[in-house]
Design a protein around this ligand. Structure first.
Ligand code: UDX
Ligand code: UDX
Ligand code: ADP
Length: 463
């Protein structure tokens, strides 16, 4: 068998871009992306895709309805597929055992049950969502207990390492493709079939074969290590502020050590995104379940440092504005968790906004890609406020950075969008209330020039 039909369950940040790139690189394969959300699928079939990702529009335009399809007919897509990716969300559990830490596998489990119910031929089922170690085993158990006679399943673990904002680039030039399989002849066969799909554009030496558990743990470990680097440099930023060292200089100095390397050493307001926190919480929970408290504490600290960094930054804004922001208008530049995405999941901007709103500030928010409805939704969420009407009254969402800064006391930079670097800060300064403050939570601006204009400049990791 060679794979000619792929079904991907879950048309989100992972499933959408991954399958679009597969469709582009494998014109001989029919790729169908399905979702239970009718709205999501209609967006994928429209001119305005549900997610913003540089380069993605172009690929979807070229391949859609050629060999790339977006559909809500989940059963049909599963039935005709040789290979099925599961790319549904795996949020942190909000209730029950492991609440707030363990991964909620409801969506993955539902997929496995649907696959078992509707499949009438053999399938290779590929776990792409980040799931806790040994989830593949659970998927296989569900499939084996519920399948039709003469239908066989192989479950592979093939975690996705794409980073939002550069997803297409990451998918095209992946550092590696990791495939974990069951250590049997059939498992090896399934590995080879999935490899053949990737070999259409990924060099063979970048395809890594492991056992299923290693593959699952590698995904958690990679995200934990990346998050740890950010927490480590952020911890240094605290020492820098206390001593007069400059964290950018420190980062450069350590990054030139080839054993350390220069990437992921950007001190910031804190990390966000759908993965780091979720995967760390999950890792900590797994360690506790395995009765490894020392290891659990070690990784928990990475998360604690991130919470500390977000609070430190928010508190700095309040302290600098003479210890009160009540009734003051403050501009927020950026709401997404990083540049080049409209995604706000776990964005540090939400934490900053919450702290300022709790203190009675009024916020003018500008982000180039986040939809106004999303900002409202995030800031009126029960985790953020018990008074959503008040939040609505206290925020103004702008579609222009200059009007957003009009008559405000301070600008708080929460996302490192390139366009913030080249704004006309002289013009902005003139429109602001004096003394005018800038809090650069991403260290992207030229602080000397801003100070010359007249701004009171505060940043991270530098006095
Ligand atoms: C270290 C720093 O590497 C060096 O830059 C600094 O100037 C002095 O401290 P050193 O202690 O000589 O150098 O050796 P290093 O190679 O860093 O190893 C330190 C310890 O870590 C050794 O016990 C080594 O076995 C251990 N190690 C190193 C590991 O257990 N795993 C590794 O992957 C690397
Ligand atoms: C991450 C992993 O990078 C990716 O491999 C995995 O598949 C999913 O999780 P993503 O969350 O999309 O990707 O973005 P990433 O670039 O890792 O940034 C995460 C957060 O860390 C962002 O809030 C970013 O601003 C922050 N960050 C990143 C820093 O604060 N400093 C840095 O040096 C790098
Ligand atoms: P990720 O960042 O992991 O891609 P998203 O939340 O962006 O997560 O996307 C996951 C998608 O999976 C959502 O669009 C959701 O509607 C979809 N989904 C969840 N459960 C199922 C299911 N059982 N069948 C089909 N789609 C599902």
């Amino acid at each position: 068998m060679a794979v000619t039909k792929i079904c991907c369950i879950g048309a989100g940040y992972v499933g959408g871009p991954t399958c679009s790139v597969i469709a582009m690189q494998c014109p001989h394969i029919k790729v169908t992306v399905v979702d239970i959300s009718v709205h999501r699928i209609s967006q994928w079939n429209s001119e305005k895709l549900p997610i913003y990702e540089p380069g993605l529009d172009d690929i979807v335009r070229k391949r859609r309805n050629v060999n790339l399809f977006f559909s809500t007919n989940i059963e049909e897509a599963i039935q005709e597929a040789d290979l099925i990716f599961i790319s549904v969300n795996t949020p942190t559990k909000t209730f029950g055992v492991g609440k707030g830490r363990a991964a909620d596998l409801t969506y993955v489990e539902n997929c496995a049950r649907t696959i078992a119910q509707v499949s009438t031929s053999d399938k290779i089922v590929v776990e792409k969502s980040t799931v806790p170690v040994r989830a593949a085993e659970s998927i296989l158990k569900i499939l084996s207990a519920n399948h039709k006679p003469n239908v066989k399943f192989q479950v592979l673990s093939n975690p996705e390492f794409l980073s939002e904002g550069v997803a297409v680039e990451n998918l095209l030039n992946a550092d590696r493709v990791l495939i974990g399989h069951e250590e049997t002849a059939d498992g090896l066969w399934a590995f080879k079939e999935l490899s053949k799909v990737y070999l259409n554009w990924i060099p063979e030496e970048k395809i890594l074969r492991t056992n299923t558990w290693s593959s699952e743990l590698t995904k958690l470990a990679a995200n934990a290590f990346l998050a740890q680097r950010i927490s480590s440099i952020n911890s240094m930023s605290v020492i820098c502020e206390a001593t007069g060292a400059d964290v950018s200089e420190v980062a450069k100095g350590i990054g030139l050590d080839s054993r350390i390397g220069p990437k992921f050493l950007q001190a910031s307001v804190g990390f966000g995104g759908s993965c780091f926190q979720k995967d760390l919480l999950n890792l900590v929970y797994i360690c506790e379940c395995l009765n490894l408290p020392q290891v659990a504490v070690y990784w928990q600290q990475v998360l604690d440092m991130n919470v500390y960094q977000k609070s430190r930054f928010s508190n700095k804004v309040i302290e600098s504005l003479f210890n009160t922001v009540t009734g003051k208008k403050i501009t927020m530049f950026g709401f997404a968790f990083k540049k080049d995405t409209g995604d706000t999941r776990e964005s540090p901007a939400i934490h900053v906004a919450k702290t300022l709103l709790d203190e009675g500030a009024k916020l003018n928010i500008y982000d180039p890609k986040v939809e106004p409805e999303q900002i409202q939704k995030d800031l009126t969420h029960p985790y953020v406020t018990d008074n959503p009407e008040n939040v609505i009254r206290s925020i103004e969402i702008h579609n222009n950075p200059y009007t957003a800064a009009d008559s405000t006391h301070a600008i708080v930079i929460c996302t490192e969008w390139d366009e913030f670097v080249n704004l006309d800060y002289e013009k902005i300064y003139k429109r602001m209330i004096k003394p005018a403050f800038i809090f650069d939570g991403r260290k992207i601006l030229n602080h000397e020039i801003l100070a010359t204009i007249g701004f009171q400049v505060h940043t991270i990791g530098k006095r």
